[in-house]
Design a protein. Structure first.
Length: 372
């Protein structure tokens, strides 16, 4: 089909993805860390249909490119290549962002315009605030009522859509750990799993009501971690995370029609092997998939970050292939590494390191988000 995506309705895609697994498997007992087959072919996620993409387009479709919001030229190049999404970075978005994004979308192959996303957590992490308005920090908003959270998110999300941005890399479901990296910028709602889950679901509901897709982050919990932009990071053991940190993520997943979950570059005993971040761990991704279900979209945080690449002696492109092999659907990588990442995926397909069926399934999951 000349490299274009064969589009099915959400109902059709969801039915195909769900045909073999109608109920996600329960998470393994914390006393017995999971023994997991990381071969995607053994999961029931492969749909009955395939998207008709050539190898280059298929490789690009599972890339989530991040770039400065003012770099329209790079955004157009990404869109023309067929990337699945573009994340806008930087603190100074152009005043004519809406018209620029129209140009970006127009550069994409028919039926495969990239999803445009931005970090809109509130407080210090809010890319579009100069064009919309400043939100309080998550810590402040964590004390609000569910109604106020939902209403605020809906209003803010409507303004995002007006600008052409339809995905928010928020809310943060990590617990607040006093003195931690995230806590220094007040990026977490609460120290309480219940209060955090309540805020996460209320905020997500408001975004959904404005036609913005929420992406919960940073699974399995970044509250205890160091800054993964700069170094490798460890969090408590898997059995400990299950007692508190994972609760907000589980409740978000249960409330969403199609959950979108961002995986962190953190290591956790019993969940990841030593030295392997969750974003590149077949064991961790299989655990998340078993809870989130076959229709969920699992994406990485930026694989250009040190904890995912340089701290492991990896290039970002190698980190992308490793993450996809582990079972993620969408690999985030920044501008300078996108071409090398697409080429690395193509080589991995040729060598059999990655399976085409797996990437077709990932592309189908991402397509569902376009149709929400």
């Amino acid at each position: 089909m000349n490299g274009s995506v064969q589009v099915m309705g959400v109902a059709g895609i969801a039915a195909a993805l769900l045909v073999a697994v109608s109920h996600p498997t329960a998470l393994p007992s914390p006393q017995s860390p999971p023994t997991i087959d990381t071969d995607i072919s053994s999961s029931a996620a492969v749909p009955a249909f395939t998207t008709k993409l050539n190898k280059s387009r298929l490789a690009a479709s599972v890339i989530f490119g991040c770039t400065d919001s003012r770099d329209t030229a790079s955004q157009r190049q990404m869109a023309a290549a067929g990337v699945g999404g573009i994340v806008l970075l930087g603190a100074s978005p152009p005043e004519d962002l809406r018209s620029r994004l129209r140009q970006v979308q127009a550069a994409a192959p028919k039926g495969a315009a990239p999803i445009i996303a931005s970090d809109e957590e509130g407080g210090t992490v809010q890319r579009l605030s100069p064009l919309i308005y400043r939100l309080p920090s998550a810590e402040t908003m964590g004390s609000w009522s569910k109604s106020k959270l939902r209403t605020t998110a809906k209003k803010y999300g409507s303004r995002m859509v007006d600008l052409g941005v339809t995905m928010s890399l928020a809310p943060v479901a990590d617990l607040r750990v006093p003195g931690s990296y995230l806590d220094r910028d007040n990026r977490a709602f609460s120290t309480s799993p219940d209060r955090t889950a309540r805020a996460v679901n209320a905020w997500s509901k408001g975004l959904r009501q404005s036609s913005v897709v929420p992406v919960v982050k940073h699974w399995p919990g970044h509250g205890h971690a160091a800054d993964t932009h700069e170094q490798a990071a460890r969090v408590p053991s898997y059995s400990s995370l299950r007692q508190a940190d994972l609760i907000p993520f589980q409740r978000f997943i249960a409330a969403q029609p199609i959950p979108a979950v961002m995986v962190a570059h953190v290591q956790s005993q019993g969940l990841t092997k030593p030295g392997v971040p969750a974003s590149q761990s077949g064991r961790a991704i299989k655990v998340l998939r078993s809870e989130a279900g076959p229709q969920a979209v699992i994406m990485t945080d930026s694989l250009s970050m040190a904890a995912a690449s340089s701290a492991r002696g990896y290039s970002p492109a190698k980190a992308v292939v490793t993450a996809l092999k582990a079972g993620v659907d969408w690999a985030m990588v920044c501008t300078s590494s996108i071409t090398s990442s697409v080429n690395a995926i193509k080589k991995a397909l040729k060598r059999g390191t990655l399976q085409r069926a797996q990437l077709e399934t990932a592309a189908a999951r991402i397509q569902q988000l376009r149709e929400l």
